[in-house]
Design a protein around this ligand. Sequence first.
Ligand code: SAM
Length: 281
Amino acid sequence: MSCLESLPPLREVIARHELAARKSLGQNFLLDLNLTGRIARSAGPLGEGTIIEIGPGPGGLTRALLGAGAAHVIAVEKDHRCLKALEEIQAVSDGRLEVLAGDALEIPTSELGRPPRRIVANLPYNVATPLLISWLRAIARESGSLDRLILMFQKEVAQRITASPHSKPYGRLAVLAQWLCEAESLFDIAPTAFTPPPKVTSSLVRLIPRSHPLSPCPVEALEKVTAAAFGQRRKMLRQSLKSVFAKPTDILQELDLAETARAEELAIEDFCALARRFAEN
Ligand code: SAM
C-alpha cells in the first residue's frame, strides 16, 4: 500500500508522459481518487482470481484496484503512450499488475488469467457496446468464464442494458444482457468528474452472470430474432419477424404470442421461445 501511495498524482503523470486525451480512443480519464476507489469497491472482494481492466490509461482505476487488494490485475491498453506510466505502477505492485498492450476487441479478454475473472473498467465509449457483446457471447458459451462485470458506460447505454419490457430503451442489448446476467445500474457520474469531460452523464453498471440463462436457447438464434424484431420496433411482430420466419403469424400463434404485439412488449423468455423455434428451422 505505502508504495502505491508514493506514486505521483495522476495529473503529474499525464503531463510528464504527454497523455493529452484522444477522442478517437474514447479517452476520458478519472483523476478523482474517491471515485476510482468507489468503483473498485463496487467490484466486491478482489483477492481471488483475476481482475481484467480494459483501458487503464494513466492508471487511476488500476491504482484503486491494487489499493483495494486485487491479487492479480491484467490491464489491456491500446494506447502505447500510456505504457510507461503503467510500468511505474507495475514497479510498485508487488507483481500484482500485468499490462497487455493491444486492442481489447482483438484479444480474448474473457479468457485472460485464472478464474474467477472480473472485468472492471471505465470503458472507452466508442467500443463499449461491442466489448460488452463479446463478453456476453463468452458467458453464453461458458457460464463460468466471467464472474462479474463492473463497467462504466454512457448513461443512455446503461439504460439500454438494464431496461425492462414496455420501455423505450428495451431492445436487443437488454434482452441479451439480462438473459444471461442480473444487471443493475449502481450510480451515475457527472461529466465534470472526467478529464476531459464527456458530453453526457455516465453510469456504473454491475452485471452478475446467472448460473443458467433465464430460458435455454442458442445465442446466435436469440441475436437473430431480436435483431429482426427490434430492427423494426414500430412494426407488429407478424411483420417484423418476416425476415426470420416464412410464416411469422403461425409461429406467434403456436407460441401463444399476440401477432399484433410489438417487440418491446415481449419478455426475454418470449424471445427465447422464438429463438428455439428459429433454431429448429
Ligand atoms: N481507466 C482510465 C480512467 O478511468 O481514467 C481510462 C479510461 S478511458 C475512458 C478509456 C481507455 O481505454 C483509454 O485509456 C484508451 O486508450 C483505452 N482504449 C480505447 N480503445 C481501446 C481498445 N480497443 N482496447 C484497449 N484499450 C482501449
